[in-house]
Ligand binder design. Structure first.
Ligand SMILES: [Zn+2]
Length: 354
């Protein structure tokens, strides 16, 4: 059972679903009791021209007035706690009369919320906050529309499988557990729910034994080596958007970099390779790359002697998860707000109902 809209109205609350609604007598909390005679048809409200009789999108309490929204129009009603009241002259009227910025909500809204001096109107993944009295459009506060994700409800999930080219000893099992647990705790702070998938021991596969020292070339995103292509094609048990973390003995680079992780992967086979290492957030860092994050800075190298954003000793760059080596300061490392937005926008994080 889903509801389309809900309305506070003092001693009564109303819940709308399809062409019907319930009236409930209740206090501030709890379910209260459904009044006798409900559910009843919305048409009982008697809105002009059958407005809303088939269902409404949103309802807004506003003390002496109530507003009901359907499609691109709304009605304003003068009423007390109970009963249909009377529709004010001139309604239904277009939602565009509210004058929200950029035509926000003009074609329809999903929900409305009264909150004393503020009202909130929701559409898609955005909302506006309006300062107003009982009547009239009021004024949209600066900075709106804004993303609903600002409310901090949004949660997405990723699923991570581990596949090891080394025998899964108790110590290696502990390594994978720690890597996953630290990733899970850190990602939870940015509303990403990390779920553990399968763990596979590939050490007995003779076709893979040569990949235990994995050639990662220069470890450039989007440029996997043939060995990375060979390894990452092993995805048994992993769904299309699942990530696979491969544990190998060493990562062999063409530029003598001492890589302990590399997030380069073939298109459509998301994942990373890591070596067993004491860096607790190594997998969190590499998965961060897979979810679209870049390093916060770079150290000069023969390939890139003057990086755009150079790592500066003594700065707080090393507090961040995406510091380019694993020498984090003030752990656990930080994920910045813009980074969280990037991660949540990745096609690999999938929305959860809240
Ligand atoms: Zn990195």
């Amino acid at each position: 059972m889903a509801i389309d809209a809900a309305l506070y109205s003092g001693s009564k609350c109303y819940f709308f679903h399809g062409s019907q609604y319930l009236r409930v007598t209740r206090g501030d909390t709890g379910p209260g009791t459904v009044d006798s005679g409900y559910p009843a048809p919305i048409s009982n409200w008697g809105w002009p021209g059958g407005f809303g009789a088939g269902g409404i999108d949103a309802a807004l309490y506003s003390r002496s007035k109530c507003y009901f929204f359907k499609g691109n129009r709304y009605v304003r009603v003068t009423r007390g706690d109970t009963g249909p009241g009377t529709v004010d002259p001139g309604y239904p009227a277009p939602i565009s009369n509210w004058g929200w910025p950029g035509g926000f909500g003009a074609a329809g809204i999903d929900a409305a919320l009264y909150s004393g001096s503020k009202c909130y109107f929701f559409k898609g993944n955005q909302y506006v906050r309006v300062t107003r009295g009982d009547t009239g459009p009021g004024t949209v506060d600066p900075g709106y529309p804004a993303p609903i994700s600002n409310w901090g409800w949004e949660r997405e999930f990723i699923r991570i499988h581990f596949k090891s080219l080394l025998p899964v000893t108790p110590a290696l099992g502990q390594f994978m557990d720690t890597q996953f647990t630290e990733l899970q705790k850190l990602y939870a702070t940015v509303h990403i729910d990390a779920r553990r998938g399968s763990t596979e021991d590939l050490s007995g596969d003779p076709n893979l034994s040569s990949l235990i020292a994995l050639d990662v070339g220069r470890c450039l995103l989007g440029q996997p080596t043939q060995e990375q292509r060979d390894l990452f094609s092993h995805r048994n048990g992993a769904g299309g958007n699942d990530l696979v973390v491969y544990v190998v003995q060493t990562l062999v680079s063409t530029n003598n970099s001492n890589f302990v992780g590399c997030a380069t992967h073939p298109d459509g086979q998301p994942g990373a390779a890591v070596v067993q290492n004491s860096a607790r957030w190594l997998t969190a860092h590499e998965v961060g790359h897979v979810l679209g994050l870049r390093h916060v800075c770079e150290f000069p190298s023969p390939q890139n002697p003057s990086p755009n954003v150079a790592c500066v000793a003594g700065s707080n760059q090393s507090d961040r998860l995406m510091f380019p080596n694993v020498q984090w300061t003030h752990p656990p490392p930080d994920i910045a707000g813009a980074e969280a937005t990037t991660m949540l926008a990745s096609g690999l994080t999938r929305p959860l109902p809240f």
